[in-house]
Design a protein around this ligand. Structure first.
Ligand SMILES: NC(=O)c1ccc[n+]([C@@H]2O[C@H](COP(=O)([O-])OP(=O)(O)OC[C@H]3O[C@@H](n4cnc5c(N)ncnc54)[C@H](O)[C@@H]3O)[C@@H](O)[C@H]2O)c1
Length: 344
């Protein structure tokens, strides 16, 4: 029997290389597609190569022909689509590039799946940004952090879509195309609306990947700027827990087909920016000097995912606590200080 084949787009990125490794370790035949535009991707590929076997396609997902050629004769059983322009800030300064990578790039992949392997499970890494500001969710300052007053379990999938920012629009369009390709063409496709994901191999920068960025900057003595009052709260999910959810979804196509899932750490795994700073200070035994700036447009005071749909559908739940995950992250950054020179 041939081994199962998975294509991981953005497979040299943070979530991508963790995903590729997970499947390779389970004897899947892994193809990694990436254009290596993100800083740190060369190091992730090198790391992946030390531990696992995989094919690498240096391809830009905006290039329809190049994408099609990756699919020829491959017969993928699953496509995990992670390649993206990932920063809201960049989407505002260069919305055309953001659109062409996130919306058109996803469309190119869906078309390739439709033409070459319509039975393949297609998972799209969507984002909680598709819900926009969520005006109907009320919040209050409770002690040191903001908390919802009318969403005790967090934000669920019934929340109306309200794309905010070019990034929200381009990912939101791709999210909707993904669900529609399940409806119209029967492709077992699903959108994972991810909250803040963190973990090893994350080359976080100020604009994206805040938890990893705070860890890296605190160890390297770089400036950390808090936008707003630092009491804003996010739920956070370790990448290895996310990858387990991807695997469970791929193994249960009938349960996930055509559906969106909010994916994050949920109410049990949330923290404020200042809480993270406190953790970093305690673990490193030093005070971290902070710089302060105004709230950025669209910054939410609180976002916490309601993950009950994913938990019940796939019998999945996050296993790595914030404390354990942050410890792991710090250890990784400490042990690899040289890798971060020039990042941020
Ligand atoms: N990390 C998070 O907290 C988070 C939250 C919500 C959604 N997501 C989504 O998850 C996915 C992965 O995010 P990540 O944190 O691993 O980011 P990442 O930047 O580490 O990975 C994205 C990868 O896509 C590649 N890429 C960019 N443009 C490309 C193009 N035109 N063609 C081919 N490859 C291209 C980059 O080189 C990079 O390796 C993205 O789709 C992102 O929008 C991430």
């Amino acid at each position: 029997m041939r081994s199962k084949r998975v294509l991981v787009t953005g497979g040299a990125g943070f979530i991508g290389c963790n995903t590729a490794r997970h499947f390779a370790e389970r004897n899947w035949h892994v193809s990694v597609l990436d254009d290596l535009s993100r800083e740190g991707t060369d190091k992730n590929l090198e790391w992946l190569g030390q531990n696992t076997t995989f094919d690498f396609e240096k391809t830009d997902i905006r290039d329809q022909r190049a994408v099609e050629s990756v699919f020829k004769d491959k017969e993928f059983d699953a496509v995990i689509h992670l390649a993206a322009q990932v920063a809201v800030t960049t989407s505002v300064t260069d919305p055309r590039t953001d659109f062409s990578i996130n919306a058109l790039g996803t469309f190119n992949l869906l078309e390739a799946v439709r033409r070459h392997c319509p039975e393949a499970v297609f998972l799209f890494a969507s984002t909680n940004k598709v819900y926009g500001k969520i005006e109907s969710a009320t919040y209050d300052l409770m002690g040191k952090q903001y908390a919802y007053t009318n969403r005790p379990h967090g934000i669920n999938e019934q929340e109306p879509l309200d794309f905010l920012s070019p990034y929200g629009c381009s990912k939101g369009a791709a999210d909707q195309y993904t669900l529609d390709y399940a409806r119209i063409y029967g492709i077992p496709a699903a959108a994972f609306r991810q909250s803040c994901i963190y973990g090893l191999r994350q080359f976080g920068v100020e604009d994206q990947g805040w938890l990893a960025w705070f860890a890296i900057a605190s160890i390297l003595g770089k400036d950390i700027t808090i936008f707003g009052d630092g009491k804003q709260v996010r739920d956070v999910l370790h990448a290895s827990d996310l990858v387990r959810a991807y695997e469970a979804a791929i193994l249960n196509p009938d349960k996930i087909k055509g559906q969106a899932f909010n994916v994050g750490g949920g109410p049990a795994n949330m923290l404020s920016l200042l809480e993270l700073i406190e953790k970093l200070e305690t673990r490193q035994g030093k005070k971290i000097d902070l710089k302060w700036d105004d709230w950025r447009p669209g910054d939410q005071r609180v976002y916490v995912s309601d993950i009950r749909k994913l938990e019940t559908t796939l019998d999945w739940k996050p296993e790595i606590s914030v404390d354990e995950g942050v410890d792991q992250l710090l250890e990784w950054v400490e042990q690899n200080r040289d890798m971060f020179a020039g990042i941020g």
